[in-house]
Write a protein that binds this ligand. Structure first.
Ligand SMILES: [Zn+2]
Length: 440
């Protein structure tokens, strides 16, 4: 692991390595992994014996055994955080900070991140922004946690690589998850912001506000975090705010894991900061075009080492050939979101999201499909006028094409959805608890 924690140098390195041949990128990954693996094995009780399988009798690493290392689950991290944590954290990676990931979507987890890991994340984020053509000299309205000292509209300073002259002109503007949609729209306009960061729930609220008031925004991009923007949101942001949606594939445990290819050929992994695998049920890599679980080993996590950690998402592996954009960073064809929010057919096939046409047929805006019984689903939706009459037959057709014939569907129109402090709206929730069925 590199000892320098100079953001500028890491960024410049990433700017160069993106053009490296794959073999060279793989060699870089092994150079990063070797000290991390040895460090975890030596200083973490959890990994002491777990990584033995990787080592030859002479102490060298046999990379062919990599996929034999057992996968670390979110439940492991939740229950055994202290065992996983290094007893001799790398001092040059200080300061460490405790990160908590909410329990509403699975096992709550806590872990210590390092400044080194944070530097890698920021540099990878900037590279992703550059790929997306974002201009650091413009203003961005951010979305942060509540603060005692700051209020919506306060100017935070530059948000791009600070050593670049132009980037010093751009300002980040403070708002929080709780800032009302009207205030957020006002802050965007008052600062002539080109960008806004929103979560799934907040983006729905902002769109509802623009639609009901008739106000329009002139943004360039909406940075979407904490979910996957569906086609409805993309259309609405284009229409109401003149903005394209920009997404990163990111998690609290790793930071940005992949960014969209600038030429639209899927996603490029940030392979210089994380080893990302897409694996089958046996933990072995799936073939290109196949879906599997996302397993990550972030190089910067030296304090809470995560060696083959199950990120909780499904993704489709991209082609192995070099990308037409010229980059050899491994590709992901598509990302299917959190396993814990996914629904499955009786044959264990993943159920994909309903198409936009289904939403129009139902005259629905924001919606949520909940699994409420073994084969029962409740579709909760806010009414939205698409300019065509509701067509329930058509909606049912889309539903059964996407789900399966034995499924039962209940429709429930709602006035609004309640959002928690993180502003996350879940379009898919599994509320069925088989144990509660016992005794009726
Ligand atoms: Zn590409």
């Amino acid at each position: 692991m590199p000892r320098n924690n100079d953001l500028e140098r890491i960024y410049n390195t990433l700017d160069e390595t993106q053009w490296w041949p794959f073999e060279q990128i793989q060699a870089l990954q092994r150079r990063e992994l070797t000290p991390l693996i040895n460090h975890a094995r030596r200083t973490s009780d959890f990994y002491k014996d777990r990584l033995n399988i990787l080592f030859r009798p002479n102490g060298t690493i046999d990379w062919d055994r990599w996929t034999d290392i057992p996968i670390v689950s979110r439940a492991d991290l939740s229950a055994k955080r202290h065992e996983i944590q290094s007893k001799e954290p790398v001092q040059s990676h200080r300061p460490f900070s405790l990160v908590k990931s909410s329990g509403s979507t699975g096992d709550p987890v806590e872990f210590l991140t390092t400044r080194f890991s944070n530097d890698l994340s920021v540099a990878a984020l900037w590279r992703g922004q550059k790929w997306a053509g974002m201009d650091w000299s413009k203003n961005i309205v951010t979305m942060r946690g509540d603060s005692k000292n700051l209020q919506a509209g306060d100017v935070l300073g530059p948000w791009g690589p600070y050593w670049m002259k132009d980037a010093l002109k751009g300002k980040a503007i403070f708002t929080t998850y709780r800032t009302p949609a009207k205030t957020r729209a006002d802050v965007i306009r008052a600062n002539s912001a080109a960008y806004v960061t929103v979560s799934d729930g907040l983006s729905a609220a902002l769109i509802d506000h623009l639609r009901t008031t008739g106000e329009r925004l002139n943004l360039n991009k909406v940075r979407f975090v904490g979910g996957t923007a569906n086609s409805l949101l993309r259309q609405e942001f284009k229409k109401l705010a003149n903005a394209d949606v920009f997404e990163l594939y990111s998690s609290k445990e790793v930071g940005p894991m992949a960014c969209p290819c600038p030429l639209g050929h899927g996603w490029h992994q940030n392979a210089e900061i994380v080893l990302l695998e897409i694996v089958d049920l046996n933990g072995k890599p799936v073939a290109p075009g196949e879906m599997g679980r996302v397993i990550v080993t972030p190089f910067g996590s030296t304090t809470t080492p995560l060696i083959r950690y199950d990120q909780g998402d499904y993704a489709v592996a991209g082609p192995n050939e070099p990308c037409p954009c010229g980059r050899n960073l491994p590709r992901i064809a598509s990302i299917s979101g959190r396993v814990r929010h996914s629904l499955f057919k009786p044959n264990r096939e993943l159920i994909y999201p309903l198409p936009i046409e289904a939403r129009i047929a139902l005259s629905a805006g924001t919606w949520q499909i909940a699994k409420v019984g073994e084969h029962s689903y409740e579709m909760r939706y806010k009414h939205r006028d698409w300019g065509v009459a509701q067509d329930l037959n058509a909606f049912h057709r889309y539903f059964y094409e996407t789900f399966y014939p034995e499924a039962n569907l209940y429709l429930k129109r709602v006035d609004d959805f309640l959002y928690g402090p993180t502003g996350k709206h879940q379009e898919v929730v599994d509320e069925w608890d088989p144990d509660s069925q016992i005794g009726g």
